[in-house]
Write a protein that binds this ligand. Structure first.
Ligand code: PRP
Ligand code: URA
Length: 208
């Protein structure tokens, strides 16, 4: 299922990120803030359940200690996904972090894998993060890698998605919910999203 996280706070911040004049530092800060805001929508359906332990408030009342019904694993796709993971983790201090290393071959536009390290937890819910969903190749490969390690409960968080990429993920991984801030128009001949925001990894890390 596709969830477009439509909120004017996010739309205005994303609009600033799209501006070619926005520098690396501001770009990183905005991505971090949007990622935190989007986290609320991504996990809106989770439940706060009693752990079985109790806590006492300063007013002397004893109540249940609570925790989330899933153990969250945040998995940024290297490199650009790193720009989203801190914003997500700031909202989820108990989350564990995995990493998947993929880059798009500039000629074939196919993803090339170079790293995969995922934490093992009971009852996991994996959130894959990457600002850009262009052809969908990187996201589909990352999700396949995660599934091949035995994880079944997976969500995908992107900032901007092209219709082509959204369609591809929905076709190859219909069990994975996608959360994006904006569905853009199309891809150009080099596989860049239009209007998009350029090369997210380069803008985050200043490697332009
Ligand atoms: C970008 C982006 C995604 C991928 C999207 O990464 O961060 O991972 O491209 O394109 P796709 O949907 O067509 O696969 P890139 O390969 O540029 O690597 P980087 O994060 O290291 O910059
Ligand atoms: N990767 C990016 O960083 N930007 C795009 O527009 C497409 C893929």
């Amino acid at each position: 299922m596709l969830h477009i996280v439509d909120n004017p706070l996010i739309t205005v911040k994303l609009n600033y990120m799209r501006d070619e004049k926005t520098n690396s530092k501001d770009f990183r800060t905005l991505l971090d803030e949007i990622s935190s805001l989007m986290t609320f929508e991504v996990f809106r359906d989770l439940k706060a359940l009693p752990t079985g332990d109790k806590i006492k408030t300063p007013t002397g009342v004893t109540i249940d200690k609570l925790h989330l019904n899933y153990n969250i694993i945040v998995v940024p796709i290297l490199r650009a996904g790193i720009g989203m993971s801190n914003g997500v983790i700031n909202m989820l201090p108990t989350a564990r972090i995995g990493h998947i290393g993929l880059y798009r071959d500039e000629k074939t536009l196919k993803p090339v894998e170079y790293f995969c390290k995922l934490p093992k937890v009971e009852n996991p819910l994996v959130l894959v993060c990457d600002p850009m969903l262009a052809t969908g190749g990187s996201a589909c490969d990352a999700i396949s890698m995660i599934k091949s390690k035995g994880y079944t409960n997976i969500r995908l968080l992107n900032l901007v998605g092209a219709p082509e990429g959204i369609k591809e993920v929905m076709k190859k991984h219909p069990d994975v919910d996608i959360y994006i801030a904006a569905q853009d128009e199309k891809l150009n001949e080099k596989g860049y999203i239009l209007p998009g925001l350029g090369d997210a990894g380069d803008r985050i890390f200043g490697t332009l």
